[in-house]
Ligand binder design. Structure first.
Ligand SMILES: Nc1nc2c(ncn2[C@@H]2O[C@H](COP(=O)(O)OP(=O)(O)OP(=O)(O)O)[C@@H](O)[C@H]2O)c(=O)[nH]1
Length: 729
């Protein structure tokens, strides 16, 4: 089977996934818009396609040998400095000729208007550049929790990742989430402890948090020279050299690399030798080949182990994901980024080491340069590119060359799956796992400026959804209004903004509402008969069923059939029956929210010959709703994991405020001078929390939230909510 790793593009932005579609016409329109290419006054030295004068140099990088390709992502907690680090990488690699700045809103990868205005990454952006003979395809992913899906879909196509940390904070909430996602997709990683210049930066603290919170084994490949205000460079532990950045250099291009000498740096040399020996022991523990070398030839003197031997072993250990190399620096102050680039090429794997199978030519291919693209004739295995013209694919699809190759792949995957249950099975190699789409937790109505514009709005939402499956759109059956369901306030706000900017539609959003769920507390039975004659056709269905509570944490009802239900009827009508059950469970009797944790058992079913499947579904649905109405009911509300980092002085007001928000504090950790409050808080209580927290703490606190689970509301809160919804209070 052919598995192409290709990027999708909506009309301005590309997102990482297996081939997704670009709408040709839109793309052409966007290319037109890009000419003459002017991007906020930035200089691009290698954006050849649209300019035309660099085609030759581009050609030389189109087909690098697969061993020289690195497909990597940058991931982290929000604000750790991914975008700033990416900007430095692009600058030092020669991709840009000036340094972009998040705070000035002129970075390459944050090119959406919303990203530049807010200084955050929302969509992943892909850029391609060369570093010392390697081709690097790099993806900058968002750190905000509302855009988790975007991170996940990127990770699926990456061979390696750089996890960026704020060295003053160590592992933060979102780092844990993305780390787990990278674990799930088995992505080899290296860690970059950024912001070493910041007050409170601590190399040891950050390393310890990687060890403790991520349960990873850090391989210290560098030691910092100075910390916070005194940070001026790093020691390369592998080669025992110091790298010092010239303080007069404005862009950090100038730095000197010198061997550590007993004469000039006795203390640093001693520390580095100890760190190197510890590193060697650690790597030898994890890699048998290196252990043989260490115990044999070099057992007497580790100093004699050549740097290349150690580097190759670190590469293997990184690939096996038994440990993670750790580097440090300050992207903002232009220190430590070039060695990070060296480490990316040296320690992260090439696509061939990740055991994918690739091939193939496809009609129109484009190479991504953030928001610009250049058409290319072909692409070698292991690269990432864009394709156009696929009208029916969506995020998460895997594209193969033909139906027969897909079937052959599925057969092979199936056979292999039976043989091997463990990791790296053929199935995993051939078919990249679909993205897990998180359930939306917020919704609101959206209205076009006039009824005539409804089709335009529907079209815009359809396009946005194909690109971002975490956005759900449904029609409210009572009001007929379009409802947007998303991952958070910011997510919905950005969608609203994009509809305006990209589709020219001014829409109106209703108030943001929390996506509650409902469940039942006891088993109930119901029966129903539908008897209707339409024309000369009689539709007759009689049904008896039971609804009962079970524990699944899922909104998909479990469907069971009692023995009394005839197999023949089931064969002919199962789909219609299940459609009816599913549609009934989408709208609970209390709030019209989806029903969670329920099983429906069909006890008897009589269907008159000739009854249409629509009528069967309608009768089943009505009967399920009857049962749900009869049962004792309970509202479930989304509970969020909350992590607030606050200075000691502001801890009390933050805790007092959380208590008023029905917060449940689990733990208060000490992180340097800060306190980290960890707990749960209902989503309904933290809308607009960022503004409140800013006011409470004079802007000094930060917080992260993430959906934890749905929990039953207590009777008092539930009745307040129901009264509010029914307009009683
Ligand atoms: N002191 C210091 N500040 C930094 C450093 N790197 C980035 N920053 C600042 O930290 C803030 C966040 O930087 P970004 O690069 O946008 O972080 P990010 O991780 O891309 O953020 P999201 O894309 O929103 O997740 C900005 O104000 C940067 O100027 C650093 O090395 N030192």
């Amino acid at each position: 089977m052919s598995s192409l790793r290709i990027f999708s593009v909506n009309h301005k932005k590309m997102s990482s996934l297996h081939i997704n579609n670009i709408y040709c016409s839109k793309l052409r329109a966007s290319l037109k818009r890009l000419k003459p290419h002017v991007l906020l006054g930035r200089n691009y030295s290698s954006l050849p396609g649209l300019i035309g004068n660099d085609i030759k140099s581009l050609h030389s990088i189109i087909s690098p040998p697969i061993a020289k390709i690195r497909n990597i992502g940058i991931m982290a907690h929000i604000d750790a400095g991914k975008t700033t680090t990416t900007e430095r990488i692009l600058y030092y690699s020669g991709y840009t000729r000036s340094l972009g700045d998040v705070d000035d809103g002129d970075t390459v990868t944050d090119f959406m208007a919303q990203e530049r205005e807010r200084g955050i990454t929302i969509q992943s952006a892909a850029v391609t550049f060369d570093w010392k003979g390697y081709r690097v395809n790099l993806i900058d992913t968002p750190g905000h929790v509302d855009f988790t899906l975007e991170v996940e879909r990127c990770l699926r196509v990456l061979d390696g990742a750089v996890a960026v940390f704020d060295a003053s904070a160590g592992v933060e909430a979102q780092t844990l989430t993305v780390w787990r996602q990278a674990d799930k997709h088995k992505i080899p990683r290296i860690c970059f402890l950024n912001k070493m210049d910041k007050t409170g930066a601590s190399f040891n603290y950050a390393v310890e948090s990687i060890r403790e919170k991520l349960k990873a084994k850090p391989l210290l490949l560098q030691l910092p020279i100075g910390e916070a205000k005194t940070f001026k460079g790093v020691v390369d532990v592998v080669s025992k050299e110091k790298l010092l950045w010239n303080s007069s250099s404005v862009d950090g291009k100038d730095f000197e690399r010198k061997p550590l000498l007993e004469m000039s740096d006795p203390k640093l040399l001693k520390e580095t030798t100890e760190a190197r020996n510890a590193l060697i022991e650690q790597v030898a523990d994890l890699d048998d080949e290196f252990a043989d070398l260490v115990l044999g030839e070099f057992s007497e003197n580790f100093d004699l182990i050549p740097a290349e031997k150690l580097q190759t072993a670190i590469h293997r250990v990184t690939l096996a994901q038994t440990a993670v190399p750790v580097l440090c620096g300050s992207a903002l102050k232009n220190k430590g980024v070039q060695p990070l680039l060296d480490a990316i090429t040296m320690y992260l794997p090439s696509p061939e080491e990740r055991n994918y199978e690739f091939l193939e030519r496809i009609s129109r291919l484009l190479l991504p340069f953030a928001d610009q693209h250049v058409e290319i004739p072909s692409l070698t295995a292991g690269n990432i590119a864009l394709t156009v013209g696929l009208k029916h694919t969506a995020t998460g699809d895997t594209i193969v060359s033909s139906k027969s190759s897909a079937l052959a792949a599925a057969r092979r995957a199936g056979r292999e799956g039976e043989k091997k249950h463990g990791q790296n099975s053929e199935a995993e190699r051939l078919l990249l796992a679909g993205v897990e789409i998180p359930e939306p937790v917020f919704f609101c109505t959206i209205e076009p400026p006039s009824v005539a514009k409804q089709p335009d709005l529907d079209h815009a939402l359809k396009c946005l959804q194909r690109e971002d499956p975490s956005l759900k759109v449904r029609l409210d059956p009572d009001s007929g209004q379009t409802v947007l369901c998303g991952m958070g306030e910011l997510h919905i706000e950005i969608i609203h903004d994009r509809i305006k900017r990209e589709y020219g539609l001014e829409t109106y959003l209703g108030p943001l509402q929390v996506a509650y769920r409902e469940t039942i507390l006891n088993s109930v039975c119901a029966s129903d008969t539908l008897d209707r004659t339409l024309g000369d056709k009689r539709h007759l269905v009689t049904i008896e069923l039971e609804a009962k509570p079970i524990e699944t944490s899922s909104v998909t009802p479990v469907i069971e059939y009692a023995e009394g239900v005839s197999e023949d009827i089931l064969k002919a009508s199962q789909e219609a029956i299940e459609n009816g059950i599913h549609s009934a469970c989408l709208q609970g009797p209390l709030l019209g929210s989806p029903i969670q944790d329920v099983a429906i058992t069909l006890h008897s079913l009589i269907i008159h010959p000739g009854t249409s499947s629509t009528m069967i579904s309608a009768c089943v649905s009505r009967c399920v709703q009857k049962a749900l109405k009869k049962a004792d009911k309970q509202v479930l509300e989304p509970l969020m994991n909350l992590e607030v980092t606050v200075t000691r002085d502001y801890l009390s007001p933050v805790l007092a405020d959380l208590a008023q928000r029905r917060g449940n504090i689990q733990e208060i950790q000490t992180r340097q001078d800060n306190r980290v409050v960890i707990g749960f808080v209902p989503l309904a209580e933290i809308m607009g929390y960022s503004t409140v927290l800013r006011t409470l703490t004079s802007g000094s606190a930060t917080f992260a939230v993430e959906l934890s689970h749905y929990e039953a509301m207590n009777p008092q809160d539930q009745s307040t909510l129901l009264n509010r919804r029914s307009g009683l209070t």
